[in-house]
Design a protein around this ligand. Structure first.
Ligand code: NAD
Length: 256
């Protein structure tokens, strides 16, 4: 028997990136997969690659869109054991006085409101199962101050409070709630962050990358697979006594 046999999981923003890799690992562990993504093209391509998965277009920052997602998901799944609040955006890289308030609202909308809308609808489903888990994807920017990335860091810190509060509230209902804090994850997203930083500071891309890796104890990036394996572990019976925790998967990022 696989470790997540018969578990139904919903992963937001899983048409690409870390969410997609998590979905692949949950599937390998025996779970049934529902995903959503705000990008129709990415979603369609992902579902074509993974015909056993279910999915729907959804912008998690839009309450009506999340309502429609849950209607479709409950119709086909009939319930849910695991919710992974993964969808997130990097937000602007700029000094506070230059941040467009609309970009601030968008970051809060996706990174924080999105997790709330999904959790709000998932909890009644999770409460009627035996072994439920919520994983919230924060970031090392959710435990370290991050100059020039105020909206991102603020929302990722908020996700830690969201996690710790929900863990206390939902523990008596048998629902575990943990946050994962990825560090510098290899892939196109982080490349974009390095480029944006290089541009805003007026220095070269390689110089930015080296400076950032110098602040990691293990002197390397992590992979989406590292995050996915930790998520599967937390949702399995091996993680049955782990709740309310904020777990960094980052090679120990010391500063950002
Ligand atoms: P990504 O941009 O590669 O993928 C995110 C996916 O979410 C995309 O498919 C995108 O279309 C989708 N998405 C974006 N906005 C959405 C919305 N409003 N509703 C639904 N889907 C939406 O990002 P990623 O690197 O895979 O990041 C996933 C999570 O991990 C995010 O919460 C991010 O903040 C966090 N994280 C990433 C890193 C990193 O280095 N990549 C580090 C720390 C934390």
């Amino acid at each position: 028997m696989k470790i997540l046999e018969e578990q139904r999981v919903l992963i937001t923003g899983a048409g690409s990136g870390i969410g997609k890799v998590m979905a692949e690992y949950f599937e390998k562990s025996g779970a049934q997969i529902w995903i959503c993504d705000a990008d129709e093209k990415i979603l369609a391509q992902c579902l074509q690659e993974h015909p056993a998965w279910h999915g729907a277009h959804c912008d998690v920052s839009d309450e009506d869109s999340v309502n429609r997602l849950f209607e479709k998901m409950t119709q086909s799944f009939g319930g849910l054991e695991i919710l992974v609040n993964n969808a997130g955006i990097a937000g602007p890289t700029a000094p506070v006085e230059e941040i467009d308030p609309e970009e601030w609202r968008r970051s809060v909308g996706v990174n924080l409101n999105g997790a709330f809308y999904c959790t709000h609808l998932a909890v009644p489903l999770l409460k009627s199962t035996d072994q439920a888990s919520i994983i919230n994807i924060s970031s090392v920017a959710g435990r370290l101050g991050f100059a020039l990335r105020l909206p991102y860091a603020s929302t990722k810190w908020a996700i830690i409070g969201f996690t710790e509060s929900l863990a206390k509230e939902l523990g008596p209902s048998g629902i575990r709630v943990n946050a994962l804090l990825p560090g510098i994850v290899e892939g196109p997203r982080i490349e974009g962050v390095f480029h944006a930083r290089a541009e805003s500071e007026g220095i070269g891309y390689e110089a930015v990358k080296q400076r950032i890796l110098n602040n990691v104890s293990m002197k390397r990036m992590v992979s989406a697979k590292d995050v996915a394996e930790m998520a599967v572990f937390l949702c399995s019976s091996a993680g049955k006594n782990i709740s309310g925790q904020s777990i960094s998967v980052c090679g120990n990022v010391e500063n950002i």
